[in-house]
Design a binder for this molecule. Structure first.
Ligand code: NAD
Ligand code: UDP
Length: 314
């Protein structure tokens, strides 16, 4: 039995990961400061004697003996990471330093939840891991993008200088049940709007693209990455290459929900990337043939069922 620390474990992705790791017979310590996470997402795990919940902020050191660390602590929605940009940078950078220090002392393997945002507004399409990116270092997204880029640098340097066993994954837009209705990201926004019969807010002309991955595909990719041999550190893209415009996404949500909602257009936020699609050749090669299994329509249908239930009880 391994003891595994999941920082940001009470968040959207972290809660799915905790559930999966426990189901595989591991001991799981979920650490979170509840900035965007909620106890409700993992409360059903509290009866399991192999699950522990810790209220802690990763910007402060944390001491524990563990075999593996998944470092997910960081707000991921633009609305939330721009709410307190300095705190976002501290979380990414100081959080990485503290968790890498912990990995160094305990000789634990540590996986960093990096992001497709390290590619910024990409000039190369689709994006392979070898692409260095096109990021505005002083724009409104920079607290997140540059924080995550600095974290990648810290991971690589702890590996080279101190032999820490690191894994870096670059996650592309992921969605699924347990997102918060007020999360602010596009999938949850459109679904909640459609279910409430409100108009769907398209930012800009709606022709910008994203590639949407269902959460179970991400969790499988993360766990497979952690299990790779020590010599493979990444970074590796984990995402679904299916690419959609925001108008296509909105129409799909309206179609599945049967909603009468219309599309309304709002200003495009500054530095909003125009296109994004992962090149997943490396993941397929290194992660035992891993590839996303859940198509967008199926994943959206499951997510809509989740929000439908959630909204009907609240
Ligand atoms: P989320 O906001 O639901 O989860 C983040 C969690 O981290 C929350 O529980 C939050 O309370 C916690 N947290 C934030 N700051 C913290 C701090 N200082 N100390 C301790 N805990 C803190 O977001 P998510 O979608 O679950 O994302 C999880 C991770 O995956 C993030 O690191 C994010 O950058 C990365 N990621 C996610 C996506 C995606 O599409 N979901 C894409 C790329 C990268
Ligand atoms: N977006 C939108 N309407 C919304 C929320 C977001 O059109 O209500 C757009 C946003 O401008 C971006 C895309 O959807 O082009 C994805 O946004 P999200 O915040 O989900 O993630 P990110 O921009 O970080 O990929």
């Amino acid at each position: 039995m391994k003891r595994i620390l999941v920082t940001g474990g009470a968040g959207f992705v972290g809660s799915h990961l905790c559930e999966y790791l426990l189901s595989q017979g591991n001991e799981v310590v979920c650490l979170d400061n509840y900035f965007t996470g909620k106890k409700e997402k993992i409360i059903h795990l509290l009866d399991n004697p192999y699950f522990e919940l810790v209220r802690h902020d990763v910007t402060m050191p944390y001491y524990i003996e563990v075999d593996e660390i998944y470092n997910l602590a960081c707000p991921a929605s633009p609305v939330h990471y721009q709410y307190n940009p300095i705190k976002t940078i501290k979380t990414s950078v100081m959080g990485a330093i503290n968790m890498l220090g912990l990995a160094k002392r305990t000789k634990a393997k540590i996986l960093q939840a990096s992001t497709s945002e390290v590619y910024g507004d990409p000039e190369l399409h689709p994006q392979p891991e070898s692409y260095w990116g096109h990021v505005n270092p002083i724009g409104i997204r920079s607290c997140y993008d540059e924080g995550k880029r600095c974290a990648e640098s810290l991971f690589v340097n702890y590996h080279q200088q101190n032999n820490v066993r690191i894994k870096i994954i670059r996650i592309f837009n992921t969605y699924g049940p347990k997102m918060e209705p007020d999360d602010g990201r596009v999938v949850s926004n459109f679904i909640v709007q459609a279910l409430k019969g409100e108009d769907l807010t398209i930012f800009g002309n709606g022709l910008q693209t994203r590639s949407f991955q269902y959460v179970s595909d991400l969790v499988e990719g993360m766990v497979r990455m952690m299990a790779t041999e020590d010599s493979f550190t990444g970074p590796v893209n984990i995402g679904n290459p299916g690419e959609f415009t925001m108008i296509e996404l909105a129409n799909l949500v309206i179609d599945i929900t049967g909603s009468k909602s219309k599309l309304i257009y709002r200003p495009l936020p500054q530095d909003d990337p125009t296109q994004r699609q992962p090149d997943i050749s490396l993941a397929k090669e290194k992660l035992g043939g891993w590839e996303p299994k859940v198509p967008l329509r199926e994943g959206l249908t499951r997510t809509i069922e989740y929000f439908d239930k959630l909204l009907s009880v609240s």
